[in-house]
Write a protein that binds this ligand. Structure first.
Ligand SMILES: C[S@@+](CC[C@H](N)C(=O)[O-])C[C@H]1O[C@@H](n2cnc3c(N)ncnc32)[C@H](O)[C@@H]1O
Ligand code: SF4
Ligand code: SF4
Length: 400
C-alpha cells in the first residue's frame, strides 16, 4: 500500500488536501492524520498498526483509509498514465489568415510539412496504444495537406477510435465531402462568430457564408456529427447568439478560450479592439466570467494528467494543442509521454504566486490559461482577486 504517485499535496494551516487530477478525487485531512496514514502505508502489519489506537480513533482512521483506497489516493499498484487523446497537426499552411491564429498559419509563409511516411509511421506507433479514444486531425488547414486523404484513410484503417477533423470548412468541396464523411466520426468547423460581421473580421471576408454552405452540404450528405467552434468576445450575448446559430443549423456548439499563442499574441491589441468595438456597437453586455465560477473539475486538464499528445508539422511533440512553444516539447513512446522540467514546472506552478496556493489545482483547470499570464503579475493578481475568495470557501470553508 502506498500513496498514489500522481497525488498533489496542498497545505492550509494544519490541514492537508490530497488531490489527484487524473482521478478527479480529493480529500482533506489533518496534519496529524496525514502523518498516521504515511506510517500506516509503510507498516508491514496493517491490522496490528491500527490496534495501537483507541476504538473511536481506530474507526475514524479505518473509514478515512478505506475511503482513500476506494478513490485510489492510496493504492497497491500504480496505474500507468497512458495517452488517450492525440492531435496531428499536418501542416502550418492555411488558405486563411485569421487574426488570432495560434499556429501563425497562412498562405504566404514557408510551408512546413512532414512527408507522408512520417505520419504513417506515427499512426503505426499509435496503433499499438489500445487506450487511444480519439485522434484529432488539424493544422494549419489539414485539408490543404497534399496527402490528407491518404493519412486520413490510414488512420481509419489502423486505429479503432474516434476520428475528429478540425477544419476552417472553406475547402470542403463535393469531392472532399464525398470521402471525409466516410472516414471522420465528427467534423468541427471554426467560425469565430455568430454573425457575418464578427466571423469576417476574425477569419476573413466571405468565410461566414462559405461555412454555412459547407454545413448544409454535409447535412445533405447525411453527416450529422458536426460542430461549430468560436472564440468570442467576453459577452453572454455573443455566446447566446452563437448558440442560437448552432441550434438553427442543428449542429454542436463549442466556445473556446483564447490562447495567446502565435498571432493571438502579436495581434492582441487589434483583436481586443475588434471585440470591444463589436460589443460596444451592438450594445452587448460584458460578462464577468467569474460570476458563475464553480469549483473546477480537477480532471479537466489533459496536460496535467498526461493523457494527451500533439504532433506538430515540424516534427515536435507537445503536451497540448495550446502548448506548442519552445521549451515545451515532450516525447512519446509506447503510449506514454515523458515531460521535461519546463513542462513539469508549469504543472506545479513553480516560481509563481500560485506555487504554494492551497487551491491552485482547482483554480487553473486549463494550464494554458495559467501559462498565458503567469509572468504578468498585474493580470494574475486580478484573476486571483476574483477566484481565490470563492475557492477558499468552497474547498477549505474559509469565510473571511
Ligand atoms: C489552429 S486551428 C486549425 C484547424 C483549422 N484551420 C481551423 O481553423 O479550425 C484549430 C483550432 O484552434 C483554434 N484557434 C486558433 N487560434 C487560437 C487561439 N489563439 N486560441 C485558441 N484557439 C485558437 C481555431 O479556432 C480552431 O478551432
Ligand atoms: S485558425 Fe485555422 S483557419 Fe485560421 S489561420 Fe489558423 S489554421 Fe488557418
Ligand atoms: S490565481 Fe490566486 S487563487 Fe488561483 S492559484 Fe494563483 S494564487 Fe491561487
Amino acid at each position: 500500500m502506498k500513496w498514489n504517485k500522481n497525488n498533489v499535496l496542498l497545505r492550509y494551516n494544519n490541514d492537508f488536501l490530497i488531490a489527484n487530477r487524473d482521478l478527479n478525487a480529493w480529500i482533506i485531512i489533518s496534519d496529524e492524520v496525514h502523518k498516521i496514514i504515511c506510517n500506516y502505508a509503510k507498516s508491514l502489519n496493517k491490522d496490528a498498526f491500527l490496534e495501537l489506537y483507541e476504538k473511536e480513533d481506530k474507526e475514524y482512521l479505518q473509514s478515512v483509509i478505506s475511503n482513500m483506497i476506494k478513490i485510489k489516493l492510496l493504492v497497491d499498484n500504480e496505474e500507468e498514465r497512458i495517452v488517450n487523446s492525440v492531435s496531428l497537426s499536418l501542416t502550418n499552411g492555411c488558405n486563411l489568415n485569421c487574426i488570432h491564429c495560434c499556429m501563425d498559419a497562412n498562405n504566404s509563409k514557408v510551408r512546413y510539412e512532414k512527408q507522408v511516411d512520417y505520419w504513417l509511421d506515427i499512426i503505426d506507433e499509435l496503433s499499438t496504444n489500445r487506450e487511444i479514444e480519439e485522434v484529432t486531425v488539424t493544422g494549419g488547414e489539414p485539408v490543404l495537406k497534399k496527402d490528407f486523404k491518404k493519412i486520413s484513410c490510414y488512420l481509419k484503417e489502423k486505429l479503432n477510435c474516434k476520428l475528429l477533423l478540425l477544419t476552417n470548412g472553406t475547402l470542403l468541396d463535393d469531392e472532399v465531402i464525398g470521402w471525409i464523411t466516410g472516414v471522420y466520426d465528427s467534423i468541427s468547423i471554426s467560425l469565430d462568430g455568430g454573425d457575418k460581421i464578427l466571423t469576417d473580421f476574425i477569419r476573413g471576408h466571405g468565410v461566414f457564408e462559405k461555412v454555412i454552405q459547407t454545413v448544409v452540404k454535409l447535412k445533405e450528405k447525411g453527416f450529422e456529427n458536426i460542430s461549430l467552434s468560436a472564440i468570442l468576445p467576453n459577452s453572454i450575448d455573443c455566446e447566446e447568439q452563437f448558440q442560437k446559430l448552432c441550434d438553427e443549423l442543428e449542429v454542436g456548439c463549442q466556445v473556446r478560450p483564447l490562447s495567446y499563442m502565435g498571432r493571438a499574441s502579436e495581434n492582441y491589441i487589434s483583436l481586443k479592439s475588434i471585440f470591444d468595438n463589436y460589443v460596444h456597437e451592438n450594445k452587448l453586455e460584458i460578462a464577468d466570467v467569474y460570476d458563475n465560477y464553480e469549483v473546477a473539475n480537477l480532471s479537466s486538464c489533459g496536460m496535467a494528467s498526461r493523457k494527451m499528445a500533439t504532433f506538430d508539422p515540424y516534427g515536435n511533440i507537445y503536451p497540448c494543442n495550446l502548448f506548442q512553444e519552445n521549451g515545451m516539447e515532450i516525447s512519446y513512446h509506447n503510449g506514454k509521454t515523458f515531460y521535461s522540467e519546463n513542462v513539469e514546472n508549469v504543472i506545479s506552478f513553480k516560481g509563481t504566486i500560485c506555487e504554494d496556493c492551497p487551491v491552485n489545482v482547482f483554480c487553473w483547470s486549463c494550464l494554458s490559461d495559467f501559462n498565458n499570464i503567469k509572468n504578468d503579475s498585474k493580470q494574475i493578481e486580478e484573476k486571483c482577486k476574483q477566484k481565490k475568495k470563492k475557492l477558499m470557501f468552497e474547498i477549505w470553508g474559509v469565510t473571511d
